[in-house]
Design a binder for this molecule. Structure first.
Ligand code: HEC
Ligand SMILES: [Cu+2]
Length: 396
């Protein structure tokens, strides 16, 4: 008797967690049960509940137990009718179950909701290394997306009322971040969860601490740098720079390399170049723009643009002017304007990548270190320079 009651209580909790979305209730309830079934091993005992609620409820044996414990319970002669009603009510659930039923131990059903309404139905998933995983995904409200950071796998869209699958074979032990890729609201970027890839014994090796990021090694302050107000409104154009048709006779990259050179340092070196003595200050900036973009790898800039458009432009804006649709939510500091030379003149690749990696820590700038690979962070940084130095050019 006791275990049965106990299970009833758990079922009630599960149903309670469904939330207010009435139209999706039934579907939701099942998804919730199934995901519990496959969560970390300490919840494995849920399996009985998840897989057999229907027969459990309609089970005449269990029913008799209930009847014995409370003789005011429904008369026995109504039992067949009761069973029939249960079966009819549960039929749609069985159908949904047929779709969501995991075919192997590494399958997960996940329901996405706006972060305000609870976000992912499971935010801490554990899988076994080397075993293919299938995520079955659906949404309880708007269109969301699903991707796993630092895997390079294509994100998928998750639509309400539809199941989408996402397959993955984890080959490395460690912790991964999964996240929403669709702008579902101001808190969208908080829609993340973790996937622990463990060995068959369920453990993770003690992490060896990675070397500190380059901005730390080189001692750059990524939160404060001088702003050159006199450069406000200057819009360097690589196209105009190329048209000048001059070649530098000085080294415009500082002796530590391009990665740590700032546009302002480049400008100062070129200003002193004897071949440029007839050029105006603004023309020197155009020249910097041209030389700067020539340092970039074209394929990398293109890859960076794709990333930028999918996860950065909602705040930073299509052209990088800090005017994306989400920008209104952030002031003091407001969203960085990548077209503002006054700000960008004193940045360099290591500083920008450091900010992307670590985030703003309390500003609106999310951290991307668990989501983007180092190569992706380099690519997107390349694209930021393109936004700065392509003034007056139609975007491709
Ligand atoms: C949710 C809004 C939001 C999103 C999304 C966002 N940012 Fe930001 N970002 C900000 C805000 C606000 C700041 C200014 C505050 C700060 O620097 O911490 C900022 C600052 C930055 C800076 C620092 C600029 C400087 O001059 O130091 C960089 C670089 C940056 N973002 C890059 C990115 C990239 C690349 C992406 C996409 C991968 C991205 N941001 C996505 C809000 C956002
Ligand atoms: Cu989202």
């Amino acid at each position: 008797m006791e275990p049965f009651r106990h299970r009833r209580a758990q079922l009630a909790t599960a149903a309670f967690r469904v939330g207010p979305v009435a139209s999706n209730c039934r579907l939701d309830w099942w998804a919730y049960l199934v995901h519990n079934n496959h969560a970390a091993s300490h919840r494995q005992r849920w399996q009985g509940v998840a897989l057999r609620p229907a027969p459990g409820l309609a089970n005449p044996l269990a029913q008799r137990q209930l009847d014995q414990s409370d003789d005011r319970f429904l008369p026995m002669k109504r039992l067949p009718l009761l069973v029939l009603v249960f079966l009819i009510l549960l039929l749609p659930a069985w159908i949904v179950w047929g779709q969501t039923r995991p075919s192997s131990k590494n399958d997960f059903a996940l329901v996405a909701r706006m972060p305000e309404d609870g976000g992912w139905s499971d935010e801490a998933i554990e899988v076994e290394v080397g075993r293919p995983v299938v995520f079955r995904l659906t949404s309880a409200d708007v269109v969301h997306g699903f991707a796993i950071g630092r895997t390079g796998l294509q994100p998928v869209d998750i639509e309400p009322g539809k199941w989408t699958e996402f397959a993955w074979e984890p080959t490395r032990l460690g912790e991964y971040t999964f996240y929403c890729t669709r702008w579902c609201g101001a808190n969208h970027w908080r829609m993340t969860g973790t996937i622990r890839v463990v060995d068959p014994s369920g453990s993770l090796p003690t992490p060896t601490s990675p070397p500190p990021p380059r901005y730390v090694q080189l001692g750059f302050d990524i939160d404060k740098r001088p702003v050159h107000e006199n450069l406000k409104g200057v819009e360097p154009s690589a196209a105009r720079g190329a048209a000048l048709d001059v070649s530098p006779t000085v080294d415009w990259i500082n002796n530590q390399g391009y990665e740590v050179t700032t546009p302002l340092e480049a400008w100062r070196s070129l200003r002193d170049d004897p071949t440029a003595s007839t050029l105006t200050d603004e023309q020197i900036w155009d020249w910097v723009a041209d030389l700067w973009l020539n340092e970039l790898d074209k394929a990398q800039v293109q890859a960076g643009e794709v990333i930028y458009r999918s996860i950065c432009s909602a705040c930073h804006g299509q052209q990088g002017a800090g005017d994306g649709v989400m920008a209104v939510h952030f002031s003091d500091p407001s969203v960085a304007d990548f077209t503002d030379l006054a700000q960008m003149a004193t940045a360099n690749n290591v500083i920008l990548q450091g900010k992307i990696l670590r985030g703003g820590m309390g500003t609106g700038m999310p951290y991307w270190g668990t989501i983007l690979t180092d190569a992706e962070m380099r690519s997107v940084t390349s694209f930021l320079w393109k936004l700065l130095f392509s003034a007056g050019q139609p975007s491709e």
